[in-house]
Design a binder for this molecule. Structure first.
Ligand SMILES: NC(=O)c1ccc[n+]([C@@H]2O[C@H](COP(=O)([O-])OP(=O)(O)OC[C@H]3O[C@@H](n4cnc5c(N)ncnc54)[C@H](O)[C@@H]3O)[C@@H](O)[C@H]2O)c1
Length: 314
């Protein structure tokens, strides 16, 4: 079996590649950037805006995991046109190329942000969605609509996965966990706005990747699944976990809003019953693994720097 992973050089996509390789699946990455963490996969460099390149990359593929996107909401805010082109047009390009290459299944990486405008506090995949106020969510939702339309109109099997808030090795440096870890390792105090009792749910990136691999199952055809974590954790608890692991860290509280939990309860029951998907890595263990990876990657950067011939800078 050959699976193409668009965005396979990115944070989540690189873990999807790992999970597929663990299952012995042949993998080809389609991405503008080179894969960073393994060289035992095929790599096709190209853009989602280049339909010919996508078509060539999909040749012979049985499945496509479509994760390439502008995934950073701040970048979407800064560059709306480019983001719309890559996330929305890029997704229809992927579906069209998959149709022509007779790909059996396209698995699309969406987000639980699509529930942002829903008033209910408990939601599942059948909850009617409101119209999004953020451009990022609009572009991701358009991708979902295109998947549905390609299933209906052309019989192309698609599966939509709405990821929760992922964390773990290879993640971007922004985000509460990377920031707390970085400050703690630099012996800077971790600062929390308010009482830190605001709760969040996170999902370890390898659990998200496992959900992608399981989405190849026949019963996932033309379905949508939430890949949401189980554990509710407060910002204060996150800081305490980081302190427990790294030690000798000062946690400071600044003026701010009191604790709230405006987050919705997003059901992951369908993924559990249909796909036998269950998040396995708890927050403390996940943060421990993230810290391990972060330290190693910082060390590797330092070593790289010492091997550079400094004369090139003169
Ligand atoms: N990270 C999150 O918090 C999160 C949450 C929910 C859903 N998602 C979705 O998951 C997917 C992966 O997100 P991520 O966090 O791994 O992002 P990422 O930025 O780490 O990876 C995205 C990859 O897409 C590639 N890419 C961007 N534009 C491209 C183009 N025009 N052509 C080809 N490749 C291009 C980039 O080079 C990068 O390797 C995205 O679709 C995102 O919307 C992310």
């Amino acid at each position: 079996m050959l699976a193409v992973v668009t965005g396979g050089s990115g944070f989540i996509g690189s873990h999807v590649v790992d999970k597929l390789r663990d299952r012995g699946i042949r993998v080809r990455i389609f991405d503008m950037s080179k894969p960073r963490n393994r060289d035992d996969v095929e790599y096709y460099q190209g853009s989602l805006l280049d339909i010919d390149a996508i078509q060539m990359a999909f040749s012979g593929a049985d499945a496509v995991f479509h994760l390439a996107a502008i995934a950073d909401v701040n970048e979407v805010f800064e560059s709306p046109l480019r983001s719309e082109a890559i996330n929305a047009r890029g997704t229809i390009n992927v579906l069209e190329a998959a149709r022509w290459a007779k790909v059996k299944r396209v698995i699309y990486g969406s987000t639980i942000w699509v529930y942002s405008e829903v008033a209910d506090s408990e939601v599942d995949e059948d909850t009617p969605l409101g119209s999004p106020t953020h451009l990022y969510t609009s572009t991701k939702l358009v991708g979902e609509y295109y998947c549905k339309a390609y299933s209906e109109l052309y019989g192309l099997e698609t599966t939509v996965l709405r990821y929760g808030i992922p964390y773990g090795p290879r993640s971007r440096p922004a985000g509460v966990i990377p920031i707390f870890v970085r400050r703690a390792l630099e012996k800077q105090p971790i600062t929390i706005q308010g009482d830190g009792l605001q709760f969040r749910k996170f999902i370890y990136v390898e659990d998200v990747a496992e959900g992608n691999a399981l989405a190849l199952k026949p019963q996932a055809a033309n379905k949508t699944y939430n890949l949401e974590g189980n554990e509710k954790v407060s910002i204060k608890e996150l800081a305490e976990i980081v302190k427990r692991i790294i030690g000798d860290v000062d946690i400071q509280y600044t003026e701010g809003r009191p604790g709230d939990f405006e987050g919705k309860e997003i059901s992951n029951l369908r993924a559990a019953t249909d796909l036998d998907w269950h998040p396995k890595v708890g927050v403390e263990e996940g943060i421990r693994r993230y810290i391990e990876w972060y330290k190693q990657s910082e060390e590797a950067k330092k070593n790289l720097w010492t091997t550079v011939d400094k004369s090139i800078l003169e």
